[in-house]
Design a protein around this ligand. Structure first.
Ligand SMILES: Cc1cc2nc3c(=O)[nH]c(=O)nc-3n(C[C@H](O)[C@H](O)[C@H](O)COP(=O)(O)OP(=O)(O)OC[C@H]3O[C@@H](n4cnc5c(N)ncnc54)[C@H](O)[C@@H]3O)c2cc1C
Length: 475
């Protein structure tokens, strides 16, 4: 047994020997010139801090709602430096991290949140068409698959939820799921077919940047917010070279939790990892099926998710980790070692490719995780500065919705969404260091071993799910 594992590890090391430890999405697009950094003091009605999906959607929608409003966006590095340049980019209709998570956190609002999710996805699609953003959209649906028989109950529960809330979903038995995707470990699945699929997040984020510029947003890259302070008519934001005086500020700084020292009390920067293969040949594609090109996640506690890229690479993700002090750029993740177990999971999932596949890319990205695993809003400076974030692993399309509601909160608009629990209440505290690190490490270990060993791990993960600690077991 040990010998077998050693052989597998050696195989994984070889498959990672020529890997680029950077995001495929941006690397393969080539570089584009950054917008210039801010050099002089500036004024605006709205300042957005952070150039990921949430910040770009906020800036664009703010101008669309009121073309007279002056909007500035600053980004510490280049746009898409954070999670938005690095996701699997499986698109879901849910704005609260899946229907199962919505039931867990807001059981009384599921129907309305699902309706808002559908509306969000339709307006997401409209916006891309309006600005001619070509980003390899594929509407193959999202599919949850059971690994072995253990996850069949979860798949059934998911199916019932999809049907209850009006989704076009089908349940697949072992034969049917393996006909869709040829993995011997999948024993069943639920496939939701409408308003979900996959997108190229690099093309999407760059398209949104262009759209925001076209709509009149002033964007300054390589312009970090260093500090902020309340003034008589708004907020002053200091950057290394200049000060911006803004009437209102939307903080879209996700896992960085930048903007106020209290934000990170509720937001942990967790890493999630991805590997991407070389493009598959036609023969290799035949070996895996996957003609409908769904975005897929499995039911394991330490789950894996996977999708195809437009040029038929397999993107395979899902080994969570946490680095002390909410570290958003761990050096370890630019080496092969932390990706070996992910590659081993790939081999278990697609044994027919194990001897012939190389990984062209591997990277990790910062997930802004909260105990609710969904967007929330923290208000500072008498409500004139709002943090909007914490999408966890479901933010590619949910961020359009999250940004829209964030703007409404900032503008004190009385709309149905701002009266709902998700907008009015906060997720629980996450303990500070060193307890955060210790708790995260125990949780990661429990997640890794729960499916095989059960025991205390079940109780620990259940406690984490129910109470104040970081929650990692749903996606
Ligand atoms: C590995 C991985 C896989 C994922 N898979 C999926 C998926 O399949 N489907 C899905 O829907 N979601 C997925 N997600 C989640 C999704 O990517 C995020 O929810 C989403 O990108 C969050 O966008 P954001 O704008 O809130 O944050 P980010 O994209 O992280 O943007 C925050 C930005 O703020 C900037 N910033 C920070 N501090 C400052 C400062 N002081 N001054 C100025 N700028 C600052 C950062 O540089 C960064 O660019 C995944 C995430 C990861 C990491």
């Amino acid at each position: 047994m040990n010998h077998e594992i050693d052989v597998q590890i050696a195989k994984a090391q070889t498959a990672l020997a020529e890997t680029r430890f950077t995001t495929y999405w941006l690397d393969s697009l080539g570089s584009v010139a950054d917008e210039p950094a801010l050099k002089q003091d500036a004024q605006c009605d709205l300042l957005v801090v952070g150039g990921g999906f949430c910040g770009l959607w906020a800036a664009l929608q703010a101008r669309e709602q009121d073309p007279e409003r002056s909007v500035v966006l600053i980004e510490a590095h280049s746009v898409a430096n954070g999670a938005s340049g690095r996701p699997a980019a499986i698109m879901s209709t849910s704005v609260m991290h899946g229907i199962d998570n919505t039931e867990r956190i807001f059981p009384n609002d599921v129907a309305e949140l699902e309706r808002l999710g559908r509306e969000n996805m339709d307006s997401f699609r409209d916006t891309l068409e309006r600005y001619s953003i070509d980003c390899d959209l594929e509407w193959g649906g999202e599919m949850k698959v059971s690994v072995g028989d253990q996850g069949l109950d979860t798949v059934e529960e998911d199916y019932q939820l999809y049907i209850k809330y009006g989704h076009d979903a089908v349940k697949l038995d072992k034969e049917a799921v393996q006909a869709e995707i040829h993995s011997p470990i999948f024993h069943g699945g639920t496939w939701s077919k409408q308003r979900c699929g996959t997108v190229h997040p690099g093309k999407l984020v760059r398209g949104l940047k262009r759209a925001a510029l076209t709509a009149g947003v002033r964007i300054y890259e390589n312009t970090p917010m260093l500090s902020n302070s309340q003034t008589a008519d708004g907020i002053d934001i200091d950057t290394p070279t200049a000060t911006i005086s803004a009437r209102k500020v939307l903080l879209a700084t996700n896992a960085w939790a930048a903007g106020h020292r209290h934000i990170s009390r509720r937001v942990a920067a967790v890493r999630d990892r991805i590997v991407v293969t070389e493009p598959l040949s036609d023969e290799q594609m035949q070996k895996i099926g996957w003609h409908n090109r769904q975005g897929i996640y499995d039911t394991r506690t330490q789950l894996n998710y996977m999708r195809l890229t437009a040029d038929n690479r397999i993107l395979f993700g899902g080994r969570l980790d946490y680095f002390y002090g909410n570290d958003t750029d761990p050096a370890l993740d630019k080496t092969a070692q932390p990706f070996i177990r992910l590659v081993q999971s790939f081999y278990r999932t697609f044994p027919q490719l194990a001897d012939e596949i190389r990984f062209a890319y591997a990277w990790s990205g910062p997930i802004g995780l909260t105990t609710r695993m969904a967007v929330h809003y923290q208000k500072y400076h008498d409500g004139n500065m709002v943090f909007a974030g914490g999408y966890s692993g479901f933010g590619v399309t949910a961020s359009k919705f999250g940004a829209r509601v964030g703007l409404a909160i900032l503008d004190e608009q009385d709309i149905p969404e701002t009266r709902m629990q998700f907008a009015k209440t906060l997720p629980n505290y996450i303990p500070p260091e060193p307890f955060r690190w210790i708790g995260a490490k125990i949780t990661m270990y429990a997640l890794d071993t729960l499916d095989e060993k059960g025991g205390w791990r079940k109780l620990w993960v259940a406690m984490v799910c129910r109470h104040t600690f970081i929650l990692l077991c749903y996606r």
